[in-house]
Design a protein around this ligand. Structure first.
Ligand code: SF4
Length: 289
């Protein structure tokens, strides 16, 4: 089901920018996500999304964003892509993200986009414009294998397409890198996968890779994930239950070894393992519109 809604508020503010991505304002243009990754944390009860396959479209998003940015006195990175993908297939038709980026460019706010879609390339020009202030695009990549990616992230672009999109952004001078998370225990936590992701990222101009060598699991998210394991990887659920029980944080059993492999490769290729976040230039003043 796809339904239009009128949102009352668009941006939620954090007191301090988060330490990973430097995000001060979070922007969600949709609720629910068509990518339907089997491990998605947005299914957790705390987010109160009853049916994650239903997509709510905030049709008044760009008007609301304009009003809210006009009132902001503190410039900070606007982050989008943590609760749903701003470039899910529906975006090709609706252009909610494209329109929001134009408003952000007008107000000269910095932006960070997380996506698993090559559709982001449609907005390369406006991202370049925002990039004069600060624009970063992080592609989430958890496996280098297209076939495995199709099972785990069925609605998203093929991993190979994400890498090509990254290469195009990098060649347009846009800061881009990878959120390598989650790395699913017993499925993706092998040296070969980590090596392939980092090597491909290097070839495609990634400036950074932020890793999480494991995953989180809770309530509805866990129930859905285990159902999908039963369907796609029969027998694996028991390994998870045995190893992790009810734990929220589920590190890959060989995380320490993988971390070493990961850091050695990044250092060889000159890829940062933390993200270069937005830093206001000295003397920058808010433009009052
Ligand atoms: S793209 Fe992100 S938000 Fe969408 S289903 Fe996948 S993990 Fe969830």
């Amino acid at each position: 089901m796809i339904q239009d809604i009128q949102a009352k508020v668009l941006l939620s503010s954090a007191k301090q920018p988060d330490p990973w991505f430097g995000i001060k304002y979070t922007m969600n243009l949709y609720r629910g996500c068509q990518h339907q990754c089997i491990y998605c944390d947005s299914r957790s009860e705390c987010y109160q999304i009853e049916n994650f396959a239903d997509i709510l479209v905030k049709v008044n998003a760009s008007d609301l964003l304009r009003k809210e940015l006009a009132r902001k006195r503190k410039k900070g990175t606007i982050g989008t892509g943590s609760m749903n993908d701003p470039y899910m297939p529906l975006e090709a038709k609706l252009n909610l993200t494209g329109r929001a980026l134009k408003v952000i460019a007008e107000f000269r706010f910095p932006v960070h986009v997380i996506t698993k879609s090559a559709l982001v390339l449609r907005d390369v020009e406006v991202l370049r414009e925002i990039g004069r202030e600060y624009a970063a695009v992080s592609f989430t990549v958890t496996t280098a294998d297209d076939e495995l990616g199709k099972k785990l992230e069925p609605g998203a672009s093929l991993v190979s397409e994400r890498f090509k999109a990254m290469q195009a952004l990098a060649s347009n001078g846009i800061l881009t890198g990878i959120t390598m998370m989650p790395i699913l225990p017993f499925i993706e936590d092998n040296e070969e996968n980590i090596t392939q992701i980092v090597t491909r990222a290097h070839e495609c101009g990634a400036a950074y890779i932020i890793p999480a060598l494991g995953m989180t699991l809770r309530d509805r998210q866990r129930a859905y994930y285990y159902d999908q394991l039963d369907r796609l990887f029969p027998g694996l659920r028991h390994k998870y239950e045995e190893r992790f029980g009810d734990r929220y944080s589920c590190s890959a059993p060989n995380a320490a070894k993988l971390d070493l492999v990961f850091r050695n490769l990044c250092s060889r290729y000159g890829i940062a393992t933390r993200m270069p976040t937005y830093a206001p230039q000295a003397g920058t003043q808010m433009r009052l519109l």
